[in-house]
Design a protein around this ligand. Structure first.
Ligand SMILES: O=P(O)(O)OC[C@H]1O[C@H](OP(=O)(O)OP(=O)(O)O)[C@H](O)[C@@H]1O
Ligand SMILES: Nc1ncnc2[nH]cnc12
Length: 171
């Protein structure tokens, strides 16, 4: 099955000049979505994660079912101000703006092996910020994984962990 058949490119969203890669059709198609999670499970399993981390919000859609498929726990990295209790935060640049993400300080036990999930790798700013945060709370970050990678933005150059993606676009 070609998963790219279920990704839609929408020009000029959220601002002129950006081609938005929309994963909604993939999520809405049961067999394609199951295939995507199965393929990610096969790619992520060799990294032997103790826990998966998802980045709000589209990263949650990937990490939660994948954690269930692998039989391991799921931890949330959220946008600023959403998580209760003691948190650590990190700000970063996006392809179309800036943002801040947070994680609860006790979300991961020191030395736990984690793989971080997001729907899409663009400039890499979001994932690099998540890796920084997770290390600050003691995580052993083993890999980053995505449904879609925009290779022309060279996001993986910002990451010092192995980066896995199911679909790559070069423009
Ligand atoms: O590699 P980068 O340039 O950092 O961009 C990728 C990030 O941008 C999108 O999230 P967005 O902040 O738009 O939020 P959303 O998941 O809530 O839609 C996407 O889901 C990634 O998290
Ligand atoms: N071009 C893009 N399409 C979809 N999500 C994105 N997140 C950052 N850049 C994006």
């Amino acid at each position: 099955m070609d998963l790219k058949d279920h990704i839609r490119g929408i020009p000029d969203f959220p601002k002129p000049g950006i081609l938005f890669y929309d994963v909604s059709p993939l999520l809405a198609h049961g067999p394609a979505w199951k295939t995507a999670i199965d393929r990610l499970a096969d790619a992520v399993r060799p990294h032997r994660p103790d826990v998966l981390v998802g980045i709000e919000s589209r990263g949650f859609l990937v990490a939660a079912p994948l954690a269930l498929a692998l039989g391991i726990g799921f931890v949330m990295v959220r946008k600023r101000g959403k998580l209760p209790g003691d948190t650590v935060a990190h700000s970063y640049d996006l392809e179309y703006g800036t943002d801040t993400i947070e994680v609860q300080s006790d979300a991961v036990k020191p030395g736990q092996r984690v793989v971080v999930l997001d729907d899409l790798l663009a400039t890499g700013g979001t994932m690099a910020a998540a890796v920084t945060l997770l290390r600050r709370i003691g995580a052993d970050v083993r890999a980053a994984a995505f449904l879609v990678e925009l290779t022309f933005l060279n996001g993986r150059d910002k990451l010092d962990v192995p980066s896995l993606s199911l679909m790559a676009y070069d423009s």
